[in-house]
Design a protein around this ligand. Structure first.
Ligand code: CO
Length: 218
């Protein structure tokens, strides 16, 4: 069977299995979603958010792009973030990178790859910030692995810099933002231990004041 037909057959099989285990599954999900987690991950086909976390449809709101980036002029990411935080009111936002990420590796090199180089530029900026630490790592695999971790941490900072996240923190002390890295070799996730839930984690220049109500004087 070719891959195209296999997708449709796979879907039928999946529906049959889900319905057998839980006859109300699709009926229930069709009524709405209330995921508690926003996942920002890499587009890599080997890192599917639900499968690697053992979660079902309805549990994780997902945004994926090359190298799990939080680019603050990206309308797609901002729209997903605003909807997840302000409408769905998720309790956790997770940036999940992965070792062996082609985007991160390409950003460390100098070859041209076409349009994507403009996207990877944001990752090169991360290298520049941490170049002393990274250049001191001799083993090339260790260096790209550490760069992958630092890139995730930097995206956690970039999320924290948005007014969307800062206003939510002030309004309801939520969501908590986390940085994870997934291993393609073991299937295991490493929690990088960066969990932010307030402006205290940000350098002062990035901290927004609360929006003040406008006062009209006559
Ligand atoms: Co990747």
């Amino acid at each position: 069977m070719n891959i195209y037909n296999a997708l449709l057959e796979g879907n039928k099989k999946w529906v049959a299995e889900k319905t057998k285990a839980d006859p109300e599954f699709f009926e229930r999900l069709s009524k709405g979603q209330s995921p508690q987690v926003l996942w920002i991950g890499c587009s890599d086909s080997r890192v599917p958010a639900n499968e690697i976390t053992g979660t079902n449809p309805g549990e994780v709101f997902v945004h994926r792009n090359i190298a799990n980036m939080v680019v603050h002029s990206d309308m797609n990411m901002l729209s997903v973030l605003d909807y997840a935080v302000n409408i769905l009111k998720v309790r956790h936002v997770i940036v999940c990178g992965h070792y062996g990420c082609g985007g991160v590796k390409a950003a460390m090199e100098n070859a041209q790859n076409g349009l994507v180089d403009n996207w990877l530029r944001h990752i090169k900026d991360v290298y520049r910030i941490y170049s002393d630490e990274l250049n001191a790592i001799e083993d090339p695999t260790d260096r790209v692995d550490r760069f992958t971790e630092l890139n995730v941490i930097e995206q956690v900072f970039d999320l924290s810099k948005t007014s969307i996240i800062q206003n939510a923190w002030k309004d309801r002390n939520s969501p908590v933002i986390h940085g994870w890295v997934y291993s393609l070799k073991t299937g295991l996730i490493k929690d990088l231990g960066v969990s932010f839930d307030s402006q205290d984690s940000l350098p002062p220049i990035y901290r927004f004041d609360s929006l003040m109500p406008k006062v009209t004087t006559v």
